[in-house]
Design a protein around this ligand. Structure first.
Ligand code: GCU
Length: 327
């Protein structure tokens, strides 16, 4: 009886996730994310929704819920796993707990240049990483560009890793990010993205790190007047669908969804470039001091992070080598 009941409630949850009555032909899939609506990733998700609705002739509707309305990135992933939320977009750093392979992307100074980044994400390694969390019911559909992450601080410019000493630095909920900041000499403090503005304002943390569109659009530049372009990590965003929801789609619906996601990634890449330029212009106009220190001392200070990852998880060594050897 108990089993029957839990099976019935599971089916009910799935139907809720798809938001459709069993007999109706329209599927409504909810998609939650943590970013603000001015951010290019939000517009790309809205575009994805439009594309899939058009391709399916109105039979699939994706409703986008921004601003952490449905939960933090970690919570959104958990909702996807049980099938009570259909889709999300999170930073690859938030996926670390679900895919050890993806955690490799959090390694500082992993990429040589933009061409290297492009080859890894748009090639066989990218495809492999997108499906690496499927065993946890999280199916990656595409990557969105999330540029390069750099430090920003309330109190002083960060010119060398020594300047991080004594600073409480907000990091994502990611072991890799914690190890990186610790390696550089700062004190890492995980805070959910939606709570970061207040945490900076109240002095719970002194500094944080992110790409220019996030620094600008979430208005952290109002509190942090020093932005150091050290570009320590390149961590993409990932658009995901709950595998439970994916499996309820017909092969034709799956194809529409995949195509819509791929098209939204092309659109997002274009928005991203414009947004990076606009964000840098705007934060400078608002009085932020932007500096471009030499990157070598930062890269040098995090060599130990590679050693740590390799000794804790030797199974990741071939993937790290494969990424580094991609030409
Ligand atoms: C990036 C990323 C977000 C993430 C944020 C963070 O902006 O796009 O998905 O939430 O970083 O630092 O938490």
């Amino acid at each position: 009886m108990k089993r029957l009941l839990s099976f019935t409630s599971f089916c009910f949850l799935l139907i809720c996730a798809l938001g459709c009555k069993p007999e109706s032909k329209v599927r409504i899939i909810k998609m939650g994310h943590a970013q603000v609506t001015a951010h290019p990733v939000h517009n790309a998700m809205v575009y994805l929704a439009e594309r899939v609705e058009e391709k399916s002739n109105g039979r699939i509707k994706v409703k986008v819920y921004p601003n952490q309305q449905l939960g933090t990135e970690r919570e959104l992933l958990e909702l996807l796993q049980i099938g009570s939320l259909g889709m999300t977009k999170v930073s690859a750093a938030s996926l670390e707990a679900f895919s050890p392979e993806i955690s490799v992307l959090g390694l500082p100074y992993l990429f040589r240049d933009d061409e290297h980044i492009d080859k890894v994400f748009n090639g066989e390694i990218g495809d492999q990483l997108l499906l690496s969390s499927e065993k946890f019911w999280l199916r990656g559909l595409c990557f969105y560009d999330a540029g390069k992450r750099s430090f920003y601080s309330k109190t002083k410019p960060i010119e060398t890793p020594e300047d991080l000493k004594g600073l409480k630095i907000r990091v994502q909920e990611s072991k890799m990010a914690i190890n990186m900041v610790r390696g550089m000499g700062g004190s890492p403090t995980p805070v959910a993205y939606g709570e970061l503005y207040t945490a900076l304002q109240q002095g719970i943390v002194d500094a944080a790190e992110n790409n220019p569109p996030s620094f600008y659009n979430s208005r952290h530049y109002e509190v942090c007047k020093y932005y150091t372009i050290d570009e320590h990590t390149v961590i993409p965003d990932v658009v995901l669908i709950s595998t439970k929801v994916w499996e309820l789609l017909s092969p034709e619906e799956q194809q529409w969804m995949q195509e819509a996601a791929d098209e939204s990634a092309v659109y997002q890449a274009k928005l991203w470039k414009e947004s990076v330029e606009e964000s840098m212009r705007e934060v400078e106009k608002a009085g932020v001091v932007i500096s471009y220190p030499p990157k070598d001392p930062f890269a040098e200070s995090v060599k130990s992070v590679y050693e740590l990852v390799k000794s804790e998880n030797p199974a990741l060594i071939p993937l790290i080598d494969k990424i580094q050897n991609t030409r």
